[in-house]
Every structure is written in C-alpha cells, then in structure tokens.
Design a protein around this ligand. Structure first.
Ligand code: ATP
Ligand code: MG
Length: 138
C-alpha cells in the first residue's frame, strides 16, 4: 500500500473561492502536501488526463469543464492515502456524498464536483507524474 495520492481542486471550486477552505480541510484531515501548483489545463491536456473516460457520454462536458479555469494540482501524503482521501472527498455525485465530505460541502453537481482524488495507488503515481517533475516534489 502506498502512502501518496494525487488531487486536483477543480475549476468550479477555484472560481467560487473555495480553494483555501478545501486545502484547510485536507490538511486538518492529516494529509501533508508533497507537491502543489496552480495551473490551467488546455482542452488537450484535460482530455489526456481523463483519457480513460474518452468513450463516456460526458467526456466532452468533462474536458470543457476541466479546461474552463485554473485548478490546484497536488500530491498528498498520509498513511492509506488513496482510500482515506476518497472517503474525505465523498461520492462522485455530491447529492450522494456523506455529510461533512468535501463534495457535500463544496460541490454543485456530478459534473462540477469540486475535487479529484486518485482511485488507486497506480493511478496516483501516473497522475502525479502527469503534473510534477522530480524537482517539484519533496
Ligand atoms: P474523479 O476521478 O474526478 O476523482 P470520480 O473518481 O469520483 O471523480 P469518475 O467516475 O472517475 O469519478 O469520473 C470522473 C469525473 O467525470 C467526475 O469527477 C465528474 O467530474 C465527471 N463525471 C462522472 N460522471 C459524470 C456524469 N454522469 N455526468 C457528468 N460528469 C460526470
Ligand atoms: Mg476517478
């Protein structure tokens, strides 16, 4: 089991001014920041990041949304990071997310759902490598 995961604070949350509150909740939950950047994805980059969803009906909407404004990308460390972070963010659809989770507190819809969290140790490494060089992580 790896102790790192990868997250993005998505454009809906950065544009609504939730970045600080979301980072505060993440850090208070025991995650430490190993890499972080404020960045805007192109449509092509957003499509590559979510390549596994290319055939899904919502892919175009997802790419438009994820390239619509700045995001915060970060590598986080904690014991059992991937599973614990998925629990902290809550279900994909905020309507189904548990009370107090980040998506319950800050997300508006299944599409615009405030944060991303890696779904496996393997994808956490791939996603971290997508955004960060060795010089940018500690
Ligand atoms: P993420 O990968 O962003 O952490 P997730 O793992 O909870 O989210 P996925 O199934 O991987 O959910 O979907 C990736 C993203 O695609 C979702 O977070 C959401 O932004 C978007 N998405 C998923 N399902 C839908 C849908 N039915 N309609 C619109 N957008 C969707
Ligand atoms: Mg996912």
């Amino acid at each position: 089991m790896s102790n790192r995961t990868f997250t993005m604070i998505k454009p809906d949350a950065t544009s609504k001014g939730y970045t600080g509150a979301i980072l505060d909740q993440i850090i208070k939950a025991g995650f430490s920041v190993k890499a972080m950047k404020w960045i805007k994805l192109s449509e092509e980059q957003a499509g590559l990041f979510y390549d596994i969803h290319r055939e899904r009906p919502f892919f175009g909407e997802l790419v438009d949304f994820m390239s619509s404004g700045p995001i915060v990308a970060a590598i986080l460390e904690k014991e059992n990071a991937v599973a614990d972070f998925r629990e902290l963010i809550g279900a994909t659809n905020p309507a189904n997310a548990a009370e107090g989770t980040i998506r319950k507190r800050f997300a508006a819809s299944i599409g615009e759902n405030a944060v991303h969290g890696s779904d496996s140790d393997e994808n956490a490494v791939i996603e971290g490598d997508f955004f960060f060089s060795k010089l940018e992580r500690f």
